[in-house]
Design a protein around this ligand. Structure first.
Ligand code: CTP
Ligand code: MG
Length: 234
């Protein structure tokens, strides 16, 4: 039992439209078992000691959020989603700062579309990075053989998979560093697809913490089918 949990804040970017899922609504509002994906994702954090507050970044015209029970939870605040994921995250950080988060405070950014984050993974991330000067992310080592493929659809090279990891979330950084990284990368026009790549752009080297491969990001219909099959038998 951890009697002195690392305090942290959470940003959940949930302003995407889910184009690859091609459903009748953004994928975070699709049902998984008894609840929506977004509710399961929020529940990964709501039960934990150490959570100071959660910002969820939503599209301005989102008609689904007000219908969720957690929309009125005092621990959750709404932030304005942006055109890119990084814009949504930045808005979430500003929301947390307005709530009293300090530059030195830890922020965990976690995709709305990853409802299957295991408590043990979250705990390991906090334990391993709590004293880290930079921060880092949950990641999974590549397990398949990797091929570099040319435009003609033929293999050019087999790539050494040993140093290759897949970047998952949560990604854990201090609020001030992450805000500076995202703002700087945006001003420079650098493409950042996750928080770690913004922090790398600043010149730091985020640490990787191995996580479970089933903390998948629901992206396509078969991802949801796969998770739904496991969900009720967990
Ligand atoms: N996201 C966001 N703001 C954006 C784009 C994405 O908050 N402008 C969020 C999504 O809601 C999701 C997470 O970032 O929780 C990861 O993005 P992704 O899986 O790419 O979701 P979508 O962008 O919705 O899906 P797609 O790329 O298929 O359209
Ligand atoms: Mg996307």
């Amino acid at each position: 039992m951890n009697h002195n949990p690392t305090p942290f804040w959470v940003v959940i970017p949930a302003a995407g439209i889910g184009s690859r899922m091609a459903a009748d609504r953004p994928k975070q509002y699709l049902q998984l078992g008894q609840r929506t994906i977004l509710e399961h994702t929020l529940n990964c954090f709501l039960g934990r000691a150490g959570v100071r507050g959660i910002a969820v970044s939503l599209a301005s015209d989102d008609p689904w959020w007000p219908g969720l029970a957690c929309a009125s939870d005092p621990r959750i605040s709404r932030a304005a989603g942006g055109a890119e994921r990084a814009d949504s995250v930045l808005a979430g950080l500003e929301r947390l700062a307005a709530l009293g988060a300090a530059d030195d405070d830890w922020v965990l950014v976690h995709d709305a579309a990853r409802p299957n984050l295991a408590d043990e993974d979250l705990q390991r991330l906090l334990d391993e990075l709590g004293d880290d000067p930079v921060g880092g992310l949950l990641a999974v080592p590549a397990k398949d053989t990797l091929k570099r493929v040319g435009a003609d659809g033929r293999v050019e090279q087999t790539v050494d998979r040993r140093p290759i990891w897949l970047a998952y979330t949560p990604q854990m950084f201090r609020l001030g560093m992450l805000r500076a990284a995202l703002l700087g990368a945006a001003q420079a026009g650098a493409e950042v697809t996750d928080e770690a790549s913004a922090v790398e752009w600043l010149g730091h080297r985020p640490r990787v913490v191995e996580g479970r491969a089933d903390n998948i990001k629901i992206t396509r219909p078969d991802d949801l089918e796969w998770l739904a099959l496991r969900w009720d038998s967990r």
